[in-house]
Design a protein around this ligand. Structure first.
Ligand SMILES: [Zn+2]
Length: 439
């Protein structure tokens, strides 16, 4: 079948008026759409401005969530510290409590501002997630030149461990005794301040490796090989300007001590030691080592600080020893008199990071053990003032220490799993115990 013929006259006659009407309708539609479009643009601009202003206003709070950070460095530091709280390598609260409160825990109120550098509100303000409570007692003057005379230092150390544990227990809602890197992490997850114990000098072990084992059993997780005096284990660097070495580094007993610390999982702390002690301990230790509170000698030239040639021995991989140097805030070790401030402390952090690497620097303030503080770092609330970059801050504040601790725990596990015997070595100058076969 063919298509029917098209009647153009009818079609055109019928369609013309319609076309006129349609044309009028299209015109009014155009005006309507144009108005709607203008209104939509207007609304979009208003919405954009509202969102933009809101974003600007709340940027500092939501910055972290979207990967950015507040522009104010201190606010940025505080945000970062929420995810990576400070674990300080050396706080002297116990010795302050010994001298100011005769080790009476009931007389101490850490909920209120104290005269010292540490209390719970300021620890929280400074985003402190953990610290080593130093159970320091001073070098004995009565030990004699071979360190053989009886002293009270082991008793005094036990008293300092006792007051530390009493305070941790008194404020158990805030503090928790931590015995391992995993324990620190679990305490952090529960918003507790992980509390570790460190002994500051071999003299506090009575120059006995058996005493080390018992201190470990009480919860001690680092021993500084020396304080400002030599002992039967090792040479100290002294104070200012320094002292003449006794052993030339580690004594034979000191080498045994280091290996026993490795076997137990007690960190070898090289703050206060002579350079030779530090070099020999780095080479002799099977585990990573720490400086619980030491700064950089290249930045400020005092024997208590770590020289670059020793910093160069630190690292991860062949020929290097994993370690963390936790920067000390004691003004006399930070800068010339009157010059110690937050920026000078940051110089130490940056120098150690530049020589040893960012993974090998931490914080060991010495708060409550120092008479004055750097300007801007007056107490434990002030750590955010250090304002380092993101990656530096995360490692600096705690993660580097956690890695080193975990490394030492791994070595202890391996040595014990291999059946390594405890050391029975005695200080060779002791005559109070007959040697085997002498009876
Ligand atoms: Zn010290």
């Amino acid at each position: 079948m063919s298509d029917p013929p098209v009647d153009h006259t009818i079609t055109n006659g019928e369609r013309s008026p319609l076309l006129q009407r349609e044309s009028h309708h299209i015109e009014s539609n155009r005006k309507y759409y144009s108005l709607a479009k203008t209104a939509a643009y207007g609304v979009s601009i208003v919405v954009f401005l509202v969102v933009f202003i809101t974003l600007c206003f709340y940027y500092e709070r939501i910055g972290d969530a979207i990967g950015g950070l507040p522009t104010d460095p201190e606010k940025a530091a505080k945000l970062l510290l929420q995810g990576s709280p400070v674990i300080d390598g050396h706080i002297d609260l116990p010795i302050l409590v010994r001298y100011a409160f005769a080790n009476n825990a009931s007389a101490v109120d850490l909920e209120k501002p104290t005269q010292g550098h540490v209390d719970i509100p300021r620890l929280r303000e400074g985003h402190v997630g953990g610290f080593f409570w130093s159970v320091y007692v001073g070098c004995p003057t009565e030990a004699g030149e071979d360190y053989l005379n009886a002293t009270w230092r082991v008793r005094d150390t036990l008293e300092q461990i006792d007051i530390t544990k009493l305070l941790i227990s008194k404020y158990s809602g805030t503090f928790e005794l931590a015995l391992s890197s995993a324990h620190i992490k679990s305490a952090l997850a529960r918003r507790k301040i992980a509390s570790l114990i460190g002994i500051e000098g071999g003299h506090q072990l009575g120059n006995s490796i058996a005493v080390l084992r018992q201190m470990h059993a009480l919860g001690v997780r680092y021993v500084t090989l020396t304080h400002i005096c030599h002992n039967a284990f090792a040479d100290s660097c002294g104070y200012l300007p320094g002292i003449i070495p006794r052993w030339g580094g580690l004594s034979p007993l000191g080498k045994t001590l280091v290996r026993e610390m490795n076997r137990l999982g007690v960190l070898v702390d090289l703050s206060h030691t002579s350079d030779d002690t530090a070099r020999q301990a780095i080479s002799h230790s099977l585990a990573p080592v720490i400086w619980s509170h030491s700064s950089s000698r290249a930045v400020h030239d005092v024997p208590r600080n770590v020289p670059d040639d020793i910093l160069k021995l630190i690292g991860i991989g062949a020929g290097k020893k994993d370690a963390v140097v936790m920067v000390n805030f004691a003004p006399q070790f930070v800068a010339d008199p009157g010059q110690a401030n937050v920026s000078a402390v940051a110089d130490h952090v940056e120098h150690i990071a530049a020589i040893a690497g960012k993974k090998h620097v931490g914080l060991g303030s010495d708060f409550d053990g120092i008479e004055s503080t750097p300007e801007g770092l007056e107490d434990v609330s002030k750590y955010p003032a250090l304002r380092m970059g993101k990656s530096e801050l995360e490692g600096l504040t705690g993660r580097n220490l956690l890695r080193v601790m975990a490394g030492a725990e791994r070595v202890a596990y391996e040595l014990q799993a291999a059946g390594t015997e405890p050391s029975y070595e005695l200080y060779d100058k002791r005559s109070d115990i007959p040697r085997q076969g002498e009876l």
